[in-house]
Design a protein around this ligand. Structure first.
Ligand SMILES: NC(=O)c1ccc[n+]([C@@H]2O[C@H](COP(=O)([O-])OP(=O)(O)OC[C@H]3O[C@@H](n4cnc5c(N)ncnc54)[C@H](O)[C@@H]3O)[C@@H](O)[C@H]2O)c1
Length: 343
């Protein structure tokens, strides 16, 4: 049995689905602050908060969980600048409470959702796992703090862990059951869909970067490939593998303009857009080397083409214009995008 915290969210729900398809039983533990009951796809869902050690203990004990996949977190970078206390509270205290519960209940395998935001301003790309970690946002700092705590929990309580540092998660369930439903929406591809569907124009933050078309380059990894990375990480730990840290990305960065073109091709609609100033802290290029995870876990992204990522995302978005609230009200406006960068 695998306990999936944050399993009613975007990446957690896709990973919980992948676990079930692979034959695992799962229990989702989520306070539904950003997740959706429907995303559990009928798996048992415990409504609880990861900061509550007793609630997590109870969930582990009653489900007899042998491993925890920990997705529960807040993840909007700009929001973390204004509310560091809230981010430390959920991301650090929540993870430490989960680990404490695991230690007491003798649950010894932990897969942690980390982020390439732990690196901060890249001094060289692609980012390798050995790149210095110097986060520039409280969000990145909270994830690094948990990563740094993990070796102590291993020494003291025998909890082995794999830390997966993702780049930008994107796409949707290839079978159409799950997709991205964040409020506010902070990610580029769904924001472009909203613009193409009559929402506010898409804002391009900076068009004078030293890149092939002047816009920022980002690495988008398909959510189903992320789920597969989690499954492989779990197998590795179950087989007695050592704790490790891996980047997860495609190594095929796309520019903002390339994303907009892909959205226009896939949707057959124009994406109204306008130029906006650069955002502080947005590097020109952000993509990760994945040599380590390819070698160690034999993980290879299966849906790495931008066109595939956008097509899968559009299938979900166009059939779920109100996200998991499946029945759109006639004439209801598209969801409101935000100016923030996430993940
Ligand atoms: N989306 C990305 O591009 C991206 C990139 C890098 C890392 N990550 C990491 O991946 C993880 C999942 O991201 P996501 O995009 O699926 O986010 P999400 O917001 O869709 O999912 C997070 C889930 O955690 C739940 N949650 C939040 N606080 C909780 C609490 N205190 N107790 C219990 N549940 C709580 C939410 O209700 C939600 O269901 C996060 O840890 C995030 O930092 C995401």
């Amino acid at each position: 049995m695998i306990l999936v915290t944050g399993g009613a969210g975007y990446i957690g729900s896709q990973s919980a689905k992948a676990l079930r398809v692979a034959g695992y039983r799962v229990v989702i533990f989520d306070n539904l602050s950003a997740g959706h009951r429907e995303a559990a796809l009928g798996a048992p869902l415990i409504e609880g908060d990861v900061r509550d050690v007793d609630a997590v203990r109870c969930a582990i004990r009653e489900s007899r969980a042998s491993a925890v996949m920990h997705f529960a977190a807040r993840l909007v970078v700009a929001e973390s600048m204004h509310d560091p206390a809230g981010y430390y509270e959920t991301n650090v205290r929540g993870a430490l409470a989960t680990l404490e519960a695991m230690a007491v209940e003798r649950c010894h395998l932990f897969i942690f959702s980390s982020t390439c935001a732990v690196y901060g301003e890249p001094t060289e790309v692609p980012l390798r796992e050995t790149h210095p970690t110097a986060p520039i946002s409280p969000y990145g700092q909270t994830k690094l703090a948990v990563e740094q705590a993990l070796p102590h929990f291993e020494r003291a309580y025998g909890i082995r862990s794999i830390r997966l540092r993702y780049v930008n998660a994107a796409g949707a369930d290839p079978e159409g059951d799950l997709g991205e439903d964040h409020t506010p929406e902070v990610h580029a591809i769904p924001r472009a869909f909203d613009a193409a569907s009559g929402g506010p124009p898409f804002e391009i933050f900076g068009e004078d970067y030293p890149t092939r078309d002047g816009t920022c380059l980002r690495d988008y990894v398909h959510v189903a490939d992320l789920a597969d990375a989690h499954l492989r990480a779990l197998h590795r730990l179950e087989q007695g593998g050592a704790s490790a840290t891996y980047n997860v990305g495609t190594e095929r960065p796309s520019s903002v303009r390339e994303v907009l073109s892909a959205v226009e091709r896939v949707t057959g609609r124009a994406v109204p857009h306008r130029s906006a100033p650069r955002r502080p802290g947005d590097p020109a290029m952000l993509h990760a080397s994945t040599a380590r995870i390819r070698e160690a876990l034999r993980w290879v992204p299966q849906r790495a083409e931008l066109e595939t990522i956008v097509s899968d995302a559009w299938r979900w978005h166009s059939t779920h214009p109100r996200g998991f609230q499946v029945t759109p009200r006639p004439g209801s406006p598209p969801r409101t995008p935000a100016r923030w960068g996430g993940g």
